[in-house]
Design a protein around this ligand. Structure first.
Ligand SMILES: C[S@@+](CC[C@H](N)C(=O)[O-])C[C@H]1O[C@@H](n2cnc3c(N)ncnc32)[C@H](O)[C@@H]1O
Length: 302
């Protein structure tokens, strides 16, 4: 069997919170290369796992990796926001849901997937059957849209200058050419690679990553009794998760302008398990660079 091209982050912490003796279903909405799922299945003899990924390569790899669990695993190829309603209808009881959002190391490392600074193309699609690519965003989005994306999704300070350079350089055909523009503007400043935030912004747009996360949380709101864990890799995602979990934990849902509570005050959907997000240990951060920005938040639905 090929070596997994992706090292799962916070693996021990995920197993500690999600492995169970109970009988029921567990949904891994970002199955990837099956690292989290394999560890959870090994420690949970009565669980049936449902693995979702929009990347067909990841599904094919995980089918082989998890074949030793036989019919304890069901696979879905698609965007989690689209397939989750059917799954929530069909399988019960659902004991846990895990989302390890973002890109996998394989997607980042394979040059032809167009996610990396030295790619020969501009692609960045997790699902290679979807029509919108990074090439389309970079070369055909109007100036105002590109500015909004770089400002909001990349949190780039000099986004206007960067967009103006991108527009002047069109058509931009490769990740390498796009990265060069950010490198030129950074004038040798030290720190993270100068194109990191630009690539993050374009990737989020191509894959509608924040929209997917928000729709996933909308669907999970209705789910009862399950434990929900979300691992995010940048502050925009983490903020969405933190705020949604806070809303779910609120007893009173009256409008802020109300002087007195009129809703009864017992509307909590459960409780926040992780008051502070779980982060990787020093050892893991040294061993796996991706884990440095990982934050795991967990909510127990009642
Ligand atoms: C960080 S990797 C997951 C790695 C996995 N936990 C493991 O142990 O191998 C994220 C995976 O989620 C998938 N993904 C990201 N957003 C998705 C979405 N909205 N719907 C379905 N899959 C998604 C990506 O294609 C990628 O394979």
């Amino acid at each position: 069997m090929e070596l997994p091209p992706h090292q799962p982050v916070l693996l021990n912490e995920v197993v500690e919170h999600f492995a169970t003796e109970e009988k029921g279903y567990f949904i891994d909405v970002t199955l990837g290369y099956g690292g989290h799922s394999e560890a959870i299945l090994e420690k949970s003899p009565n669980l049936h796992l449902i693995g979702i990924d929009r990347d067909r390569t990841a599904i094919e790899f995980s089918k082989k990796r998890l074949s030793k669990f036989g019919d304890r695993v069901t696979f879905y190829n698609g965007a989690f926001s689209e397939v989750i309603p059917e799954i929530l209808e069909k399988y019960q009881p659902i004991l846990g849901v895990l989302a390890d959002i973002g890109v996998s190391s394989l997607q980042l490392d394979k040059l032809e997937r167009g996610f990396s600074f030295d790619s020969e193309n501009l692609d960045m699609r997790m699902d290679i059957s979807q029509p919108l690519t990074a090439y389309d965003v970079v070369n055909s989005y109007p100036k105002q849209d590109l500015e909004r994306i770089l400002k909001e999704y990349g949190e780039i300070r000099n986004y206007k200058k960067l967009v103006s350079e991108i527009i002047k350089s069109r058509p931009i055909k490769s990740g390498r050419e796009l990265a060069e523009i950010a490198i030129k503007l950074s004038k040798g400043r030290r720190g993270i690679h100068p194109a990191t935030q630009l690539f993050q912004a374009i990737r989020i747009e191509v894959n509608d990553e924040l929209g997917e996360l928000m729709r996933l949380l909308d669907h999970l709101e209705k789910l009862e009794k399950a434990k929900i864990g979300i691992i995010s890799f940048h502050s925009l995602e983490d903020k969405i998760v933190k705020n949604r979990f806070r809303e779910w934990a609120k007893g009173c849902i009256c409008p802020a302008e109300n002087l007195r509570c009129e809703c009864g005050g017992d509307n909590q959907l459960g409780y926040i398990v992780t008051k502070k997000p779980i982060e990787a240990t020093k050892e893991e951060k040294e061993r796996n660079r991706r884990s440095r920005s990982a934050k795991l938040r967990i909510f127990q639905k009642s």
